[in-house]
Design a protein around this ligand. Structure first.
Ligand SMILES: Cc1cc2nc3c(=O)[nH]c(=O)nc-3n(C[C@H](O)[C@H](O)[C@H](O)COP(=O)(O)OP(=O)(O)OC[C@H]3O[C@@H](n4cnc5c(N)ncnc54)[C@H](O)[C@@H]3O)c2cc1C
Length: 414
């Protein structure tokens, strides 16, 4: 595949952009693969990429029932941070954040990583204590964060009202190298690199059943026929329960809609990401100028990928005390994705009771930031049967009562 470069752009400009290759090949399923990944979201594609790059496993198919990146990967608000409380979480999220730093060069694809800084507001005394504790934990984990004063918050975000009557800003947990990246570009960049390694990305191909013999996976049934494989990776976020059911096992998670919305575009007014978890809202400004706004999950389990009016109203109402300028903005559009939430708000990256079948799910409201770290660890688990990054995230933690409690870092926060 031809590399993208300034020279290539100049060359194509001179010949009316007629010489670009397709970013990835259109593939039809072969009879058999060494590895099948179900789900062409960021996590599935990253897994395939690191299987090829780190372990030389390239006889791989990635099966997607819709279009590549059309699940939560193309629906999220793109926040990247690694300021989690527990050690296993900090390790995998910081691995991911550090891979984001060089992802554009690594994939030869501009993912627009923007380390503009992420701020989690403390608006109650309880949050002050919680975030100070997280800052101390992060220091021990080698994750660079600090607890900052209200004055520093105001200096970083002048449009904020820090003296609200109900929820004044009492400080914030600040991660200066957190930020955002372009979500579609992350999926497209990995897809291009996977296709370049000879892997087959097969869209419009829903997995409808899992074939097994003697307790071992042998392949999948799909809308494009049966396909055999040695190893199977399920990476389908909100549909994980349905896939596990096909494999004959159950997962301790719930699927629920999470919504977001954007305002009309306005001039640059905020160059960091702000999360206000007590009031259930967070916001950043996109390169186009839209304010990208998100809130909490729906209060009931569902498989809806649309937005609902009351959610937009509640989220904006929650943020208006801290951001009075929002009352003057028109909202442009809203949407939803189906997130997969575990009881301890940590992911499941694990072998399953079905031999040869692995699962990566439970990223809930906050898995975009984890894509490269998750792909790195899951690929290692699938290739070698073990990975230091994923060891603690096994399914067995639920039967052993060994939870990785991230309800503070990952409940509303993304
Ligand atoms: C509104 C919203 C805001 C969010 N904000 C953030 C944020 O700011 N920061 C952050 O870190 N995270 C955020 N997230 C969470 C993040 O988007 C997800 O954790 C992450 O994208 C999950 O990626 P994935 O690859 O696991 O899943 P997905 O991208 O959903 O990919 C799974 C794929 O599997 C496919 N699939 C399902 N069933 C089948 C089948 N039977 N056969 C074949 N294919 C199948 C689906 O079509 C889908 O494309 C947000 C999520 C939402 C919805």
């Amino acid at each position: 595949m031809k590399r993208y470069s300034a020279f290539a752009i100049a060359r194509e400009a001179l010949r009316d952009h007629t010489g670009w290759d397709r970013a990835w090949r259109k593939a039809q399923p072969k009879k058999r693969y060494d590895v099948i990944i179900v789900g062409a979201g960021g996590h599935g594609l990253a897994t395939a990429y690191y299987l090829g790059k780190n372990f030389g496993i390239t006889n791989v198919a990635i099966l997607e029932k819709g279009w590549l990146g059309g699940g939560n990967t193309g629906r999220n608000t793109t926040i990247i941070r690694s300021n989690y409380l527990q050690d296993p979480s900090a390790a995998i999220y910081e691995k991911a954040r550090s891979l984001y730093e060089t992802m554009s060069q690594d994939l030869n694809y501009n993912v627009m990583f923007s380390p503009r800084g992420v701020m989690m507001l403390a608006q109650t005394e309880h949050e002050v204590r919680g975030y100070q504790r997280t800052a101390h934990a992060n220091a021990l984990q080698g994750v660079s964060t600090e607890f900052i004063s209200p004055a520093r918050v105001k200096e970083l975000v002048p449009i904020m009202n820090i003296n609200g009557p109900r929820y004044p800003v009492l400080g914030a947990l600040w991660q200066a190298r957190g930020g955002t990246a372009r979500h579609d570009a992350v999926a497209w960049g990995y897809a291009r690199a996977c296709s370049d390694m000879g892997m087959d990305i097969i869209q419009q191909c829903a997995v409808t059943g899992v074939s097994q013999e003697g307790g071992k996976v042998t392949g999948v049934q799909t809308t494009k026929g049966d396909i055999a494989c040695e190893k199977l990776g399920m990476v389908v976020a909100g549909h994980s329960g349905a896939l596990a059911d096909m494999g004959g096992f159950r997962l301790p998670l719930e699927s629920v809609a999470l919504q977001a919305l954007v305002s009309e575009p306005i001039k640059p007014c905020m160059d960091v990401v702000v999360m206000a978890n007590t009031v259930h809202g967070y916001m950043s400004q996109s390169d186009k100028g839209e304010m990208v706004i998100g809130g909490g999950t729906d209060a009931f389990n569902n498989y809806t990928q649309r937005g609902s009016f009351h959610h937009a109203e509640e989220t904006v109402r929650a943020l208006i005390e801290t951001f009075p300028m929002l009352s003057r903005l028109k909202m442009l559009r809203q949407w939803g994705g189906i997130v997969d939430v575990t009881g301890d708000r940590s992911p499941i990256i694990s072998k399953t009771p079905l031999e040869g079948c692995f699962i990566n799910c439970g990223w809930g409201t906050g898995g975009f930031k984890a894509i490269p770290g998750s792909g790195w660890g899951f690929a290692e688990l699938m290739a070698r049967g073990q990975s230091p990054l994923t060891d603690q995230f096994g399914l067995n933690r639920f039967s052993e009562g060994r939870f990785i409690d991230e309800s503070v870092a990952a409940g509303v926060a993304h």
